[in-house]
Design a binder for this molecule. Structure first.
Ligand code: COA
Length: 384
């Protein structure tokens, strides 16, 4: 069987949660286009959609919203851990550890029933913004801000970070950003979550695996790298030289290219508009302007389109998020998709266990250690 490096085009699971048409540049959650959901829906409603595969009625949405508000609180164990995590761990490592720690005191314990897994899913989705906000305030030496039950999920995240209610515009922008990140078919972190779930390991462990995969710069880490590049460029007039120089040095431009989209990523178009609006609103259109120049040069030089992470960087920056919280914010939103995929995997499970193609030597005879020749030219210590 031929090896498909990076599992490109391999169909690893059936899903009813999201679908992409990479040629047309379309993304749907359960049949609804991302454009329509970002324009008209809310994160809570989309969370319901990916978990129940239908939009909620008013009362169903109210029930879920109430459940999410009740589940925002972090337990004592997390609060005790947070000072150490804020001092010692990167934001994504904190999140990985925080979700692991949350499993210790989950009220459903090791119950792996469908009902318990749904409750665990909603708890995880509800808790992540609290973990991120506590971490950030702790490391800045500020008092923790308790969740505000009157605010929607995305607005409450900004409130817990900054200690004041966001403007209507900021709240809506954050909500749109959350929706844009909710799900994206068999991306690396979702795949990891499903692999772990397929062993019938628990919900929290599956989410921890997803967080670990999202952390890498080729996946969720790209939004932070994109922002660092924009900051390094600093001024629109320097964008062109910077990009040409980076490409000449064979560097990847973070926030560009995609395994599935060969043209426009529909989320990038939504976020481009949002980045422009927020730039005008905050009176600092610089990040949007630099981004536009970068986009033009990357297209000229490489024919590559921006993906979701590129304009997300200016959006989150304009909303005041520290750059190293961009990927944790991605995790907060994607947790809705991850947990929906984990439940979907449990509902019709078969162990995910692909093959590998062996390319090493065969049929060797074991040589006792005292008879093995030293290799003088080879470095003794492996380079990590
Ligand atoms: N900047 C410069 N060149 C890029 C590029 C980028 N962002 N993305 C892809 N390329 C080039 C590669 O160098 C390669 O060129 P080559 O054939 O001349 O070697 C070619 O495009 C194919 O790249 P490949 O890594 O095989 O594509 P992929 O499908 O495996 O990778 C990504 C997809 C997303 C990992 C890749 O586009 C990337 O690294 N992007 C930057 C990170 C990023 O934004 N990630 C978030 C994704 S939502």
């Amino acid at each position: 069987m031929p090896t498909t490096k990076g599992l490109e085009e391999v169909v690893a699971a059936q899903t009813a949660i999201s679908d992409i048409d990479g040629k047309l540049g379309k993304l749907w959650y359960v049949g609804y286009s991302i454009d329509e959901l970002c324009a008209s829906s809310t994160f809570e409603e989309v969370t319901y959609l990916v978990h129940h595969l239908e939009l909620p009625t008013q009362s169903e949405l109210e029930d879920l919203t109430e459940q999410m508000i009740n589940d925002r609180e972090a337990g004592d164990f997390i609060r005790e851990l947070m000072p150490t995590l804020a001092q010692q761990a990167s934001p994504m490592s904190m999140l990985r550890t925080g979700i692991s720690a949350a499993s210790a005191y989950d009220p459903d314990g090791w119950d792996n029933s469908a009902e318990a897994n749904y409750r665990k899913a909603i708890r995880i989705i509800s808790l992540i913004p609290t973990l991120v906000a506590y971490y950030d305030r702790q490391r800045r030496g500020l008092d923790l801000v308790e969740p505000n039950p009157k605010l929607p999920h995305a607005a409450n995240f900004l409130y817990m970070l900054f200690g004041e209610e966001p403007s209507q515009e900021a709240a809506e922008a954050m909500d749109t950003a959350f929706i844009a990140y909710v799900d994206h078919t068999m991306n690396a972190s979702t795949f990891c979550a499903r692999v772990v779930a397929s062993t019938l390991s628990d919900m929290h462990s599956s989410v921890v695996a997803a967080i670990a995969a999202l952390k890498g710069p080729l996946h969720g880490g790209a939004n932070e790298q994109a922002m660092r590049m924009l900051e390094e460029i600093g001024d629109p007039s320097r964008a062109e030289d910077h990009v040409r120089d980076a490409l000449a040095r064979k560097q990847r431009i973070m926030g560009f290219g995609h395994r599935v989209y060969k043209g426009d990523d529909p989320r990038a178009a939504i976020l481009r508009g949002l980045a422009q609006e927020l730039g005008e609103h905050t009176g600092d259109p610089r990040w949007y302007e630099i981004s536009q120049r970068v986009e033009k040069v990357v297209m000229e030089e490489k024919g590559l389109y921006p993906n979701v992470d590129f304009y997300m960087a200016s959006v989150l920056h304009s909303l005041g998020l520290p750059t190293d919280l961009f990927t944790p914010m991605f995790a907060a939103a994607r947790s809705a998709g991850w947990t929906a995929h984990i439940r979907e995997q449990y509902a019709d499970n078969r162990l995910i266990r692909p093959e590998s193609e062996y390319i090493g030597p065969r049929d060797r005879s074991y040589v006792p250690i005292e008879e093995r020749a030293e290799q003088p030219d080879q470095p003794k210590e492996a380079v990590s």
